[in-house]
Design a protein around this ligand. Structure first.
Ligand code: SAM
Length: 290
């Protein structure tokens, strides 16, 4: 039975272990039963599912996941939380806690070892300071991940849904568009956490597409083009591409690729759609092969 989904339950365990929050790790623990229920319900967890939880903290969301899933793998970086998790999760025999930095974990190996390569679901109240590298890393790992249901900063959730031309449009919005269908499950006030974050939060579910929305020869290459395109937002796309050593092209060649697509040679990366990045990436691959 969950025991931590209230301010009193949380304070009791923090007190017992004399736990001190570590700002460096983005620690804001959930204390609202209604939001915890919305997360696990929104994640569509069933007794057949293996779930990867990133940053279990003291185990608040973990307890909810253990109740609903077949198996939970929880990866926590802060070693001072491990004895607390041993205590708060002692009732459950379907959970494995790994004391690691999620950005260093081999996600493919984890899925293989813990779920025989079958798709897993990711559920997390993410540490906000590394939201983008975590989401991009999970997508780029190509691991069998069916969906990610994650609490993120509301501003980042809004950015994920923006299209070309907006100042918030970037590599993350394009990656989400390419890999998954995003849905907002709930907006969450700072009052639902201890300590309170100084930003609003949203829970979003990213459900992986079976068929990708655009055709592209090499999508890993396309994402290298996208990252280069947004590396210096004030520069034109041709300048960004030519300053990226990996591509080994000068400004004129880059501008030539854009003109070939019917685009202005001085266009900025933020004006291109996902489809246009796919075409550009195919043209560049051809050009680089010659
Ligand atoms: N799941 C808990 C909850 O909802 O109450 C805690 C969420 S808290 C926002 C983020 C958690 O991620 C913290 O426990 C923090 O220590 C952990 N964390 C931070 N950076 C991490 C990393 N690189 N790898 C794994 N866990 C990390």
């Amino acid at each position: 039975m969950p025991t931590l989904d209230s301010i009193s339950g949380t304070l009791k365990i923090l007190d017992k272990y004399g736990f001190k929050f570590n700002k460096r790790f983005g620690q804001n623990f959930l204390i609202d039963a209604n939001i915890l229920d919305k997360i696990v319900t929104g994640a569509l967890i069933t007794k057949d599912d293996t779930v990867l939880e990133i940053g279990p903290g003291i185990g608040t969301l973990t307890q909810y996941l253990c109740e609903r899933a077949k198996k939970v793998i929880a990866v926590e970086i802060d070693k001072t939380l491990i004895p607390i998790l041993d205590d708060t999760l002692s009732e459950y025999d379907n959970v494995t806690v790994i004391n690691e930095d999620i950005l260093k974990v081999d996600i493919n190996a984890l899925v293989r070892d813990h779920n025989e390569g079958r798709p897993i679901k990711v559920v997390a109240n993410l540490p906000y300071y590394i939201t983008t590298p975590i989401i991009m890393g999970l997508f780029e790992s190509d691991a069998e991940i069916e969906s990610m249901t994650v609490m993120i900063q509301k501003e980042v959730a809004d950015r994920i849904k923006t299209g070309p031309g907006s100042k918030d449009y970037g590599a993350l919005s394009l990656a989400v568009q390419f890999y998954s269908k995003p849905e907002v499950i709930a907006n969450v006030s700072p009052e639902c956490f201890i300590p309170k974050p100084n930003v609003g939060s949203s829970v979003i579910r990213l459900s992986r597409y079976e068929t990708k929305p655009v055709d592209v020869k090499d999508y890993r290459f396309m994402f290298r083009v996208i990252k280069a395109a947004f590396s210096q937002r004030r520069k034109t796309l041709a300048n960004c591409l030519s300053s990226c050593k990996e591509f080994g092209i000068d400004r004129e060649t880059a501008a030539g690729y854009l003109e070939k697509m019917g685009l202005n040679k001085d266009i900025r990366g933020e004006k291109l759609t996902l489809e246009q990045f796919a075409v550009l990436s195919d043209i560049m691959i051809k050009g680089l092969e010659v």
